[in-house]
Design a protein around this ligand. Structure first.
Ligand code: KIV
Length: 298
């Protein structure tokens, strides 16, 4: 199996929290994709994406859970370690799963440190704005960079009553602005803006010094993120409005699997050229042995 880079491997510098901030100042769009395993991590990294995010969306895309609520720290860590082995230059951010940081700051620091020490993450991501700012500040004080995430926060699905676009009323816009400013003041590395009107994302992006990375938040954010499986059509079911499919891995995989099955069933796979052969001397010796054996049996 080959995992050599597609399209060459031009050297680039390591992306850090400083690079991400610099990109906002220079108005250079920040690119981010989720990665959940070694192979996708290598492809994302070698394509020059700035941030590889081990999102808790892996609960659905990789593990088949109904939502992100069930995935555990240990399950997330398993994937973060695999992605760490595949990522060289991109910044690696690990999502803190539901229940691993909401109770208190000490538990948040303990779990965040596991992602850094055991998983090799360079930052962790937590959902929530104003109400999460104190915990986030404590984690940053423990020398762990944190990415914020506001708007449609999937870990709040039961409170939101479904996956709904947030920030549509004046009150909701005010709350979102307070959330963004609270995260900005807490010193987060970047703020993920999910599922909010373009106009609100643009206001937040202009207001805060922290880089914003949008998903379903329009084009005026400092960067964009998509779920890898959405990008290449590996998610099943309805795709959200903001998803753009750049390839059809599902079609490619299905086609390959069907072709393999057909070849095996019709004895077309493997061919002689795809088989190993005995060295000539061993073959000759084997034939002699078999010949003698047959002669003795007669
Ligand atoms: O879990 C995830 O993939 C995310 C991104 C969509 C931002 O949080």
């Amino acid at each position: 199996m080959s995992l050599t880079p597609i399209g060459g491997h031009s050297p680039r510098r390591k992306i850090t929290t400083a690079t991400i901030r610099e990109k906002k100042l220079l108005h250079e769009p920040i690119t981010c994709l989720t990665a959940y395993d070694y192979a996708t991590a290598r492809l994302v990294d070698e394509a020059g994406i700035d941030i590889a995010l081990v999102g808790d969306s892996l609960a659905m895309t990789m593990l088949g859970y109904e939502n992100t609520l069930s995935v555990t720290v240990d399950e997330m860590l398993h994937h973060v370690k695999a992605v760490r082995r595949g990522v060289k230059d991109a910044m690696l951010i690990a999502d803190m799963p539901y229940g691993s940081y909401q109770a208190d700051a000490n538990e948040a620091i303990h779990n965040a440190a596991r992602f850094v020490k055991e998983g090799g993450a360079e930052a962790v991501k937590m959902e929530g704005g104003e109400k999460r700012a104190d915990v986030i500040r404590r984690v940053i004080d423990a020398e762990i960079p944190v990415a914020g995430h506001i708007g449609l926060t999937p870990q709040s699905v039961n409170v939101m009553g479904g996956y709904k676009v947030q920030g549509k009323s004046l009150n909701a816009i005010e709350q979102l602005m307070r959330d963004a400013v609270a995260l900005d003041c807490a010193g987060v590395t970047c703020i993920y803006l999910e599922g909010i009107p373009r106009e609100v994302a643009a206001m937040i992006t202009a207001e805060v010094d922290t880089p914003t990375i949008g998903i379903g938040a329009g084009p005026d954010c400092d960067g964009q993120v998509l779920v890898f499986h959405d990008l290449v059509n590996l998610t099943f079911g309805h795709a959200a409005k903001f998803v753009r499919r750049y390839g059809d891995a599902a079609a490619l995989i299905t086609q390959s699997v069907l072709a393999f099955k057909a070849d095996v069933v019709s004895h077309q796979f493997p061919s002689d050229a795809e088989s190993y052969h005995l060295p000539k001397e061993t073959q000759a010796a084997l034939e002699t042995v078999l010949h003698r054996k047959h002669a003795m049996q007669r």
